[in-house]
Design a protein around this ligand. Sequence first.
Ligand code: GLU
Length: 503
Amino acid sequence: MNKPVRVRFAPSPTGPLHIGGVRTALFNYLFAKKHKGTFVLRIEDTDQNRYVEGAEDYIVESLNWCGIPFDEGVGKNEKFGPYRQSERKHLYKQYADELIEKGHAYYAFDTSETLDFHRKDHEAKGKTFIYNWHNRLKLSNSLSLSAEETKAKLDAGEDYVIRFKSPQDETLHLKDIIRGDIKIDTNVLDDKVLFKSDGMPTYHLANIVDDHLMEISHVIRGEEWLPSLALHYQLYDAFGWDAPEFAHLPLILKPTGKGKLSKRDGDKLGFPVFPLEWTDPKTGDVSRGYKEDGYFADAMINFLSFLGWNPGTEQEIFNLDELINAFSLERVSKSGAQFDPDKIKWFNHHYMQEQDNHDLAISFQDLRAELKEIDAQYIEMVIALIKERATFVSDFWDLSHFFFVTPKEFDEKASKKAIKEDTADILSKVKELINGVEDFTVDNLQTTVKGWITSNEIGFGKVMMPLRLALVGALQGPDVFDIIYMIGKAETLKRIDHLITLN
Ligand code: GLU
């Protein structure tokens, strides 16, 4: 690769960033970092009707939370700025004019009523109306009208659009890094609108001009843009510019594998499709976010990296640096990637084990009011004992409440299983043993109690089950001796007593 790698993520701020958008941003980021390149964020906000308040900030916050911040964009290393297309609108007209001068584009004056009429008329005949070489001379444009007529219309301030003049009878040879060579017959292409009389370029023109001016070397974007590739190639050609390389990422499919993943799938099946929580500024509707649902950013990144890419080995756990190392567009697949909400839980469970216990303790304290006054170090020790079984911080309380509060009830089924006729006697003895342990360590507790069980040839279950029940209220939890050590001698004796008096 000779040119420096410069890639861009170019979202339109029309709402919160969908998980598919985050995947596109991630693949751009990984590719940029792998090739010591630059990751640009460009805001494509030329369609003012679809502009949504807060969406741009949401996009930036999402990239930051995911740990894949842009190198260049609004407010950061602005050497190719501005990075909002709405602030670049003065730039585009000259390029549309250039295409007209070169004969690659033309003014079209057809009203929306006329176009609608043709569309419906074609539909009625079972055909599709395409505005291109086969009918453009029958429509109202600067190719069908004389130069004077065209000028008169423009001078009179008539509404117009500028359309690209798609060639007839040519075969285009497009290249896509993921999909290989693609051949397109230009006769099926329509003369796409590049510019509107409201002074705004369409996506196609603005996108190509900006990619060129921002010296973008690789365009990595979603498959939904593949149908635009032919036009984009032709635009580069018409301007006489070198086209960047293209890579169209596969669709993200519903968990069933059928159809594109949508926001509604998330609502229906109970998982977020957005990285962060989003409140719609108009309706006030709140959409769940992965962050607020308790997912770790590194789990999400690892999960997303496998949506359409694989390393070609069995390895599934990759931190960001490992991803950067392993990533290549050649290993991105053409076929759609099925979204599996259970798989991201699996990743979250893995990354839970790697989180710093101090950070987890803070999140846990934020979640439960009863932990506010409890020593952070104690909470960290508890977390170390239970996190192995947790996927989310919100699982912690169920797994650990007995470290903080005395169990009030004993699980019925567990009681039936654990409590036998001689349980009270056994527990009284265990109480005595524990009381006698001077140097209160896990080891000493274990040796004392287990030693007694062995030398008296009592079944382990007969002792350990009721003991656990007394401490936890159920037959779950980490090692009994860890629990005893953590809650301390007085509390342990109190809990054992409580179970004895109940029986
Ligand atoms: N603004 C387009 C979008 O919202 C960008 C497409 C592209 O990357 O070319 O996805």
